[in-house]
Design a protein around this ligand. Sequence first.
Ligand code: C2E
Ligand code: MG
Ligand code: MG
Ligand code: MG
Length: 289
Amino acid sequence: HADIAMYSAKEKGRNNFQFYAPTMNERAAKRLQLEGDLRRALERRELVLHYQPQIDVSTSRIVGAEALIRWQHPELGLISPAEFISLAEETGLIGAIGDWVLRTSCAQARHWELAGLGKLRIAINLSARQFNQPNLVRMVQSALADSGLQASDLELEITESTVMVDVQHAIRTLHELKSIDVNLSIDDFGTGFSSLSYLKQFPIDVLKIDQSFVHDLATDPDNAMIVMSVISLAHNLRLQVIAEGVETAEQLSYLREHKCDQVQGYLFSKPLPADKFERFLKQELGTEA
Ligand code: C2E
Ligand code: MG
Ligand code: MG
Ligand code: MG
């Protein structure tokens, strides 16, 4: 059957099509399967959040956590967000998944607060479609009200490309979110193309320096210079800076030296399931006294 398709494609003179046709069919079938699986993943409770601590550089204390989604697929194992968030975006499933992420992480943060594990700011990633959905602000308010978490303990992370989809709309949405006291951060800063004049108009609180710059700090003087410049840019705009992907003590000391506010990365902890993150918090509390 595939042979017939290839044959007729060749007959029509579209020679290069013959090699790609079967692969495309396979890919399409796989995608369709995954899409169906993802559709059912929420109700089957296959989605999980892992939490990665964010550490204040000057006090070495855990001040926040970023919630990062994973998909525990029954056959394929743990699937990373890089592999299914775009699928969720394209199919519209991101609406329901995003709402679940928001509600689950707000409830989790409130639980840790009530358990006396400290007041953590919880950070959540919003994809472009999520950020541009008309009911976003209401969804956020509802998740906060239902969990009892204060808006000032929630941070929403968006990327430069997300705000650039529709800048005027983005400015309005960011102001609405700011007016209810939610923290806002620009994720992967430096990898997109947001102009500095827009940055000035966004009511944001935090810049997150992309890990690609942090990674080669020690070996690439250009990256070291970029990191230093982003820190001073942020501070001059009265924003906080978080460095992502901090893996070595050397990177940390450079960031400390240049007054980076917070750090996040494998040097401290990988993203952990809720119970392990809780243990991590308790350990930190124990060593503080
Ligand atoms: P991101 O928000 O920039 O998250 C940082 C990524 O770097 C995470 O990958 C994290 O596990 C990883 N990371 C943290 N520390 C280190 C380190 O020291 N070294 C290295 N090499 N990597 C580190 P992850 O969890 O695979 O997430 C990838 C991306 O998927 C995220 O990038 C975010 O854009 C997106 N994402 C994750 N969770 C969600 C979600 O709930 N909703 C949406 N819309 N997107 C999400
Ligand atoms: Mg993020
Ligand atoms: Mg990032
Ligand atoms: Mg502020």
